[in-house]
Design a protein around this ligand. Structure first.
Ligand code: ADP
Ligand code: FRU
Length: 301
């Protein structure tokens, strides 16, 4: 029997230093956090870790610093059975690092990120992988000039093969230059609340109506909206809404969006319809908001 094809997640892996604090601190004060965690983070690797827990065969590709602190990243990918053998390793760099203040009273996260000059994944690195192994490739919206060329490689592969690789793209940070170029390239396009608000939309639905002209033919557009859940526009123009699943107490929203994306990708990759996929995404993202970190998301979906 042929091996199950993998889902590949392209983008950032970083170190997250998370301080759980019982309030948001004032500047120039000295206070004590309840806990501090050193975790693996980064959108693409977060999404890979969750997709793997849902039962998919997940791989992460990006750059990793050859540094003692990267052991935390590699250990966590291994723990969650995420493959990362095609990553590019760089000597003499520290891993990109986020300092996160997590306010335990409301679960809100404040992120201070430094990429520490680690080089991004090159097109040459990406071109070495055997595309025949994948059913789905998800690109985080960063490293845009290279990602555009990587998507072109996937498109070339698709034009020469019957079993198409589905491409999804995430447009999250509006300040990333040229990020809008991704809009027309995904079969599935995730746009964030921040991205669409920056483009002048005040609701998820208005963004779906306003942005769909820029999509490729037959693409699906998805926009999550925090505690209001998520909206998606299907290929035929139907708009679907999935409500948020509210945990008893919201303690940690770090990576909620990455978790949502994993649920949607996993479900669509299994052939589920868009409305179901949005529900899977909201269900696991809601569950994630009620607990710390991204481990233990696998139960019942
Ligand atoms: P991020 O800011 O991490 O990109 P979003 O705020 O867009 O993530 O949320 C993604 C998904 O996570 C939402 O669609 C929702 O399902 C879930 N979510 C986020 N915040 C909450 C919350 N406070 N309660 C329940 N679910 C939430
Ligand atoms: C969550 C996250 C963190 C990381 C930050 C980078 O979505 O991926 O794990 O520190 O965003 O922007």
């Amino acid at each position: 029997m042929a091996a199950e094809k993998r889902m590949l997640f392209v983008g950032l892996s970083c170190l997250d230093i998370i301080n759980v604090h019982d309030h948001y601190p004032e500047e120039d004060t000295d206070s004590r956090s309840t806990e501090q965690f050193f975790n693996r983070g980064g959108n693409a690797s977060n999404t890979a870790v969750v997709a793997s827990q849902l039962g998919g065969c997940a791989e992460y590709i990006g750059t990793i610093a050859s540094h003692i602190l990267s052991e935390i990243i590699k250990e966590d990918l291994n723990k969650h059975q995420v493959k990362f053998e095609n990553c590019s390793f760089h000597d003499d760099y520290r891993p990109p690092t986020s300092c996160v203040i997590l306010n335990s009273t409301n679960g809100l996260r404040t992120i201070l990120h430094a990429n520490n000059s680690l080089p991004e994944l090159s097109v040459a690195d990406f071109s070495k992988i055997n595309l025949a192994q994948y059913s789905w490739i998800h690109f985080e919206g960063r490293n845009i000039p290279n990602v555009l060329k990587m998507i072109e490689l996937v498109e070339n592969y698709n034009s020469m093969n019957d079993d198409d690789i589905k491409v999804s793209v995430e447009l999250e940070k509006s300040k990333t230059s040229d990020i809008e170029k991704l809009l027309s390239l995904g079969h599935v396009v995730f746009v964030s609340k921040e991205y669409v608000m920056n483009r002048g939309y005040t609701t998820s639905e208005s963004a779906l109506h306003g942005l769909h002209d820029g999509l490729r033919k037959g693409a699906v557009l998805i926009c999550a909206w925090g505690s209001s859940g998520a909206w998606g526009r299907g290929v035929d123009g139907t708009i679907y809404h999935a409500p948020a699943y509210k945990p008893e107490k919201v303690v940690d929203t770090l990576g909620a969006g990455d978790t949502f994306n994993a649920g949607v990708i996993w479900a669509l990759n299994r052939g589920r319809v868009l409305s179901d996929a949005l529900n899977v995404g909201c269900k696991i993202a809601g569950r994630k908001c009620g607990m710390y970190g991204l481990s233990g998301i696998e139960e019942n979906e």
